[in-house]
Each structure stands twice: as C-alpha cells, then as structure tokens.
Ligand binder design. Structure first.
Ligand code: ATP
Ligand code: MG
Length: 283
C-alpha cells in the first residue's frame, strides 16, 4: 500500500484528482476526510497544504506526492522528482515597478525584494553576485512595491495579468514550473513497483492529451503519399471501402500542427475526415 499526498484545496487539487481518476483510480472524495482510500488500487490519498507536501514525502509520511516544482525546489526537501505532469505551468519571475528602467540584474543591488521563495531568490542573487535584501512574506507579494514595503518582487507568473494590475513589469525569469510527481528516495521495492505502475498510467493519460484519432477516406493510390504526412504510431491502419479504389486510413496524430496536415490531405483527395478525442495512449 502506498500513500500519495496531494493538495487539499487550491490550484493543483482538481487536476491532481482528475489525473488520478483518468488513471483508473476511484477515490472517495469527502471534504472532511484528510485520508481516503482508492477503491481499486493499493493506494491512499492524503490531503495537505501544498507547502507541506515535499517535507511529508521526505519524511516518509507519504511515499509520493503531487506538487508544484517551484514548491519542491524552495523547500530543499530530500525527494526525487519522478515525472513532470504537464499541468499548473507557471514561472517564477522578478518584477519591478513598470516606470523603472531595467538594464540587467545588477539593478537589484541594494534593493528590497519581497517573495514567498526566499531560498530560490537567495541562490539566484548569490550566483549573480547581487547584494540585495530579501523580504520573506507569505502572500499578496505583488502589492508590496505599491505600498512601499519592497522595491521589487519575485513571484509566480502565468499570464502576467496580476503584475500589470499592480503596476509591475517582469524583468527576469528564474524558474519554469509545473506540477511534478515526487517520491521519497528510499522506497521499498514492493512500493516502488506500485509507483512504477502508477507512472505508466500517468504517462498513458498524458500521452493522450494533445493526441487525436484521425479517420480519412482516401483513394488507394494516395496511401503512400498520405503515410508520409500522417505516419501514425507504428504505421497507419488501412481498411478497404465498399467502393472500389478507395480506403479508410486511421492514425493517431498530434493535435499540434494538425490543421495544415488536414488541408494537405484534402488537396490530395481525402474526404470524410473525422478527428476524435483519445482517453489513453499506451506505447
Ligand atoms: P495551499 O493552501 O495549499 O498552501 P497555495 O495558496 O500556496 O495553496 P495555490 O495558489 O493553490 O497555492 O498554487 C499551488 C501551485 O499551483 C503553485 O505552487 C504553483 O506551482 C501553481 N500555480 C500557482 N499560480 C498559478 C497560475 N497562475 N497558473 C498556473 N499554476 C499556478
Ligand atoms: Mg501554499
């Protein structure tokens, strides 16, 4: 039996639960319970504040956890990062009042910088030989320059809208983050096997995101040419149509860049094109 720690409430919790559900793990969701079992997998789920997840995994309170990479690095906890999970993408950036001129990171010499990520910021300042004062605060970092508490901030940015609203501009990106699966580095071999099985399921779900199932009708004479555009996983499936000289071609394709391929296939005589969603893709 393994235990996974996920965020109880916040930006990561819904997508963490969705990933578990799509991986075939049915979890009784009860708002009051802090620990729940999976119906059909040897795993229980522990709900925590995201800041507590790296340490809980390092201590072995949970074997694995889902948390933002930013929080893992800041915590300096002794955990292994097993896999990037592709959601909650954001960056940690330095921002300054938008009226200020910025000519490089020496700007920060002698400045007060507010952040909830003092360890990451300290490392960055050390590496860049900058002498600045770091003000650790737990939240509302982005308002500190306008109220005179700080000259600049290091904070999470995704669209940048919050910075603009607070009269700030992003000047340096220190770290690109996303949700990651972390593990205690000393898992027993039986638990390690369960974790590996879970990772395979996560990968199958992740692989299907951004992939489509494509069906087209095509003159048989065009199959070789079309196979170059849409080679599929191993090779396309070709099924004969009742009408002589025609076939149906089926492939799994990446959604990215699909439109130009569809347009090319159309000019080659493809018709009856269907693009379908996928749930899981196992290699
Ligand atoms: P908790 O109450 O569990 O301590 P929190 O308020 O510290 O939660 P959230 O705001 O829920 O944290 O964010 C959790 C994680 O989601 C962040 O550490 C980061 O990895 C990611 N994240 C934060 N903001 C964004 C955003 N705007 N877009 C995408 N991901 C984000
Ligand atoms: Mg938190």
């Amino acid at each position: 039996m393994i235990r996974i720690a996920i965020q109880a409430k916040g930006r990561l919790s819904e997508e963490s639960l969705d990933l578990l559900a799509e991986s075939g793990l049915s979890i009784e969701v009860s708002k009051r319970k802090l620990l729940t079992k999976c119906g059909d997998f040897p795993m229980e789920v522990l709900y925590l504040r995201d800041d507590d997840i790296p340490e809980a995994v390092a201590m072995g309170v949970a074997h694995i956890g889902i948390v933002g990479h930013n929080v893992v690095v800041e915590s300096e906890a002794k955990v292994e990062v097993l896999q990037k999970l592709g959601f909650s993408k954001c960056r940690l950036s330095l921002a300054i009042p938008k009226s200020q001129e910025y000519s490089g990171c020496s700007y920060f010499n002698g400045k007060r910088v507010a952040t909830s990520y003092p360890n990451i910021l300290e490392t960055y300042f050390k590496e860049n030989k900058i002498d600045a004062s770091i003000q650790k605060i737990a939240g509302s970092v982005e308002v500190t320059p306008s109220v005179g508490m700080a000259d600049a901030i290091l904070d999470i940015v995704s669209s940048g809208g919050t910075l603009v609203v607070n009269g700030l501009k992003e000047v340096e990106t220190l770290f690109q983050s996303q949700a990651v699966l972390i593990a205690n580095p000393n898992l027993e071999s039986t638990n390690r096997e369960i974790v590996d099985q879970l990772i395979s399921r996560f990968q199958a779900v992740q692989r299907s995101r951004g992939m489509k199932y494509l069906l087209i009708n095509l003159p048989e004479s065009k199959v070789d040419e079309a196979s170059i555009i849409i080679p599929g996983m191993r090779s396309p499936t070709i099924l004969p149509l009742a009408q002589e000289g025609w076939c149906s071609m089926h492939v799994v394709v990446e959604e990215k860049g699909l439109w130009p391929k569809l347009e090319k296939l159309k000019t080659m005589g493809a018709e009856g094109i269907l693009v379908l969603s996928l749930d899981k893709v196992l290699p």
